[in-house]
Write a protein that binds this ligand. Structure first.
Ligand SMILES: Nc1nc2c(ncn2[C@@H]2O[C@H](COP(=O)(O)OP(=O)(O)OP(=O)(O)O)[C@@H](O)[C@H]2O)c(=O)[nH]1
Ligand SMILES: [Mg+2]
Length: 279
């Protein structure tokens, strides 16, 4: 069953406030106990990643690729197809992280999922992080989805899919250059998002059929690096807190916020910003 991160995030903000308080009073043992508490919460956090975008943009194929499944014949794979396929929000476990769930969403902009009803129909606000997928020129619905995510103060990656198709078609040109074609596609996505008020968007050019090419390896690495509740993150967190312990109390406080933000960027960032602006 779907579990929103709302309560967990609220818990985070509360613990961070308590850390802040303890540090301001120079009560280091209390601060240390609270940091421990925060780490436990971080360890248990669930992360719901929604894969969204227009119908047929390659969302289900991408979910399978992320999970290391070559095609939808494999057991547990998301069904894919040349006509509208995904009709229900469907969850798939992340292959490495048990508390991370990938949610394969239906496509926006079909008669069953018209753009103006889409957010409500799929329960858009319940997800923690988003991957918006587009297989073509930058479109109105891509903007809508990106802006909705931004409005909720959440984060997204923008994936331009089926790059293999673009490269194949471009090869017919006499003055073909793969690098030039890729730059044009990337610029189109980045400019499209920036023009609509999305600052420094993270754009990945991907083919779910050729996973070693283009930005798929980078996307995989970036996503992995930013997923919370991983043991490696926990170790990173402990060492960074220790390293920062010697600074003045206010600096420690700011640095702890930073460390927390880094280790569980996706889930805590919005709440962290809120805490910072209140203090
Ligand atoms: N060439 C190429 N085709 C792709 C790629 N990803 C998906 N496709 C094809 O695009 C079509 C649609 O893929 P799906 O993954 O079903 O798309 P979807 O976004 O989940 O579609 P809906 O669930 O109907 O919204 C299928 O025929 C896929 O085989 C890709 O990276 N390259
Ligand atoms: Mg689908």
């Amino acid at each position: 069953p779907f579990q929103s991160n709302e309560n967990i995030s609220f818990g985070f903000a509360l613990v961070k406030e308590e850390i802040n308080e303890a540090l301001l009073k120079n009560d280091r043992p209390a601060a240390a106990a609270k940091i421990n508490d925060l780490m436990m919460k971080e360890k248990n956090i669930r992360l719901n990643i929604a894969i969204t975008g227009e119908s047929g943009s390659g969302k289900s194929t991408f979910v399978n690729a992320l999970r290391g499944l070559c095609d939808d014949e494999e057991e547990g794979a998301a069904p894919t197809g040349v006509t509208e396929t995904t009709m229900e929000v469907t969850e798939y476990p992340h292959p490495k992280y048990p508390n991370v769930t990938l949610w394969d969403l239906p496509g926006i902009g079909t008669t069953k999922f018209p753009a103006d009803e889409y957010l409500k129909l799929v329960g858009f606000e319940k997800f923690d992080f988003f991957i918006v997928i587009s297989d073509t020129r930058f479109r109105e619905n891509d903007v809508k989805l990106a802006q909705e995510v931004q409005k909720m103060k959440k984060k997204f990656y923008f994936v331009r899919s089926k790059i293999d198709n673009d490269i194949y078609a471009e090869r017919r040109k006499r003055d073909f250059s793969a690098d030039e074609a890729l730059t044009k596609i990337r610029d189109n996505c980045v400019n499209g998002l920036q023009t609509q008020g999305i600052e420094s968007p993270q754009v990945f050019l991907v083919s779910s059929f050729e996973l070693h090419l283009y930005d798929f390896p980078l996307l995989h690495k970036t996503l992995d690096r930013n997923l919370p509740a991983h043991k490696r993150d926990k170790r990173l967190f402990v060492s960074s807190v220790k390293r920062r312990w010697r600074y003045s109390k206010n600096t420690i406080c700011a640095d702890i916020m930073n460390a927390v933000t880094k280790t569980s960027m996706i889930a805590c960032e919005a709440k962290c910003e809120q805490t910072k602006s209140q203090s």
